[in-house]
Design a protein around this ligand. Structure first.
Ligand code: UDX
Length: 439
């Protein structure tokens, strides 16, 4: 089976490499000539564990190639995946579908024989209908079906998520397209990954509903963390106590500084807009979005409080900038809001991140970037852990204390135990685990 993937960004690249690894012939397409040139030279433009090796081995096996020539790639293909970006439209939060529609037009003009066109990009309900309309209008002779097949990849674990998915959702009512999609995912199907066939609109909604639910779950535990602090309870024990109930489940109950990333903030907002447009508001999600926005900034208050209410002209060391570990992605990272709020309070922020400093430098002003976790703490009045990279999970406390001007740690990801830090003479502040748990 020959598969073309339009858009060699995060989703396109991971999907393309994994499909090639299943044994399909895959052609990844992108308009950005520099990106394609890099990929052809074996350079991976994003940080994703395992992706470089996967791309290399599949290119070497002749199953994976990269091109800017959409026309040729589509003409050859049995299946064309649209994996272009759908950013939030400036001003109104709607998903910007201009890249999806432009790709649809180009695909329509290039198609040759029966082709299944699959939207992999996260697109609002009804987008598949519009893609179908555009293709039929651009090329009335074309034999094709449009299918929705959302991705549920987590950055940093994308390859594993792709190869061992909880489920694969395929939205189409057409038997021929369903057969083609079963063939595309045959290796997973043989591994007993559930393939969920639905209508196209249902499939489109599943993607948004899944992300919104997870965002809501995180926001729920974040509010319970605040309440835990207020009443002298421990949010990690609450999470364990409720998560062991199978109906709730233990995942996505880690309290922290709020969710960020390329999906949750954008997709929750897009769902809110779709719901409003259809006069069926999703008030829980509206509230989730606003709580999360406020939360990210309000985390700076924890730091200010830890320094007795004044951070003016004080050096604060921030460990971790990306929205989560194992990625270089800074999109909607809580660090952006927290650092800005600290600076607004007059602090001088010094920061270190294992992978994210290059992209952070483009988004942050007046931040001094350090070479490692210890040098960034040199002379700082406090150290704040914003992202739970493994490199920060076993810090040498003696060395840290020597570097810092004051032994104060604000751990916004709850990666340490209070007793451990206090034993080393630190003042320790975290999320949802108060100084004094009331027994
Ligand atoms: C998410 C979805 O998990 C994935 O299925 C979808 O395809 C894209 O969006 P991703 O954004 O890569 O994936 O990261 P994820 O691991 O889900 O984390 C998102 C954000 O939530 C991060 O900022 C993370 O720190 C935060 N989070 C996650 C918490 O604060 N607590 C948790 O318990 C889990």
């Amino acid at each position: 089976m020959i598969i073309s993937v339009i858009g060699s960004g995060y989703v396109g690249l991971v999907s393309g490499a994994c499909f090639a690894d299943f044994g399909h012939e895959v052609i990844c397409v992108d308009k950005a000539t520099d990106k394609i040139a890099k990929l052809q030279a074996g350079e991976i433009p994003i940080y994703e564990p395992g992706l470089d090796a996967l791309v290399e081995s599949n290119c070497a096996a002749g199953r994976l190639s990269f091109t800017t020539d959409l026309q040729e790639a589509v003409a050859k293909a049995d299946v064309v995946f649209i994996a272009v970006g759908t950013p939030s439209r400036r001003g109104d939060g709607h998903a910007d579908l201009s890249y999806v529609y432009a790709a649809s037009k180009e695909i329509a003009a290039a198609m040759n024989g029966y082709t299944v066109v699959v939207t992999k990009s996260t697109v609002p309900v009804g987008t598949g209908d519009e893609v179908e309309r555009i293709i039929a209008e651009t090329n009335p002779e074309a034999a094709f079906d449009v299918v929705s097949n959302p991705e549920f990849l987590r950055e940093g674990a994308a390859i594993d998520d792709f190869k061992r998915p909880d489920r694969i959702v395929v939205g189409t009512d057409v038997a021929r397209a369903r057969d083609v999609m079963s063939e595309v995912y045959r290796p997973l199907y043989l591994n007993q990954s559930p393939l969920v066939f639905t209508s196209r609109r249902t499939s489109e909604l599943i993607k948004y509903a899944a992300n919104a639910f997870l965002a809501m779950k995180i926001t729920f535990i974040n509010e319970i963390a605040d309440l835990s602090e207020a009443v002298g309870a421990n949010v990690q024990d609450v999470a364990r106590g409720i998560g062991l109930d199978n109906r709730i489940g233990s995942k996505f109950l880690h309290a922290g500084p709020g969710y960020g990333g390329s999906c949750f903030p954008k997709d929750t907002l897009a769902l809110v807009k779709t719901a409003q447009d259809n006069s069926s508001p999703v008030r829980l999600i509206e509230t989730t979005c606003s709580i999360n926005d406020q939360r990210k900034r309000s985390m700076a208050k924890k730091v200010v409080a830890a320094l007795s209410g004044d951070v003016r002209a004080k050096k604060i060391a921030v460990l971790g900038l990306t929205f989560k570990p194992n990625t270089d992605d800074m999109r909607d990272s809580p660090a952006l809001s927290i650092v800005q709020a600290l600076q607004d309070h007059g602090a001088q922020v010094h920061a270190y991140d294992p992978e994210g400093m290059e992209s952070a430098a483009e988004l942050m002003e007046n931040v001094h970037f350090g070479a490692d976790a210890y040098s960034v703490c040199e002379g700082a009045s406090a150290v704040v852990i914003v992202t739970e990279w493994n490199a920060f999970r076993a810090l040498d406390f003696g060395r840290l204390k020597e570097s810092l001007a004051a032994p104060i740690m604000v751990d916004l990801r709850n990666i340490y135990r209070r007793e451990e830090l206090e034993k080393h003479g630190f003042q320790y502040h975290c999320v949802g685990r108060p100084d004094q748990e009331i027994r």
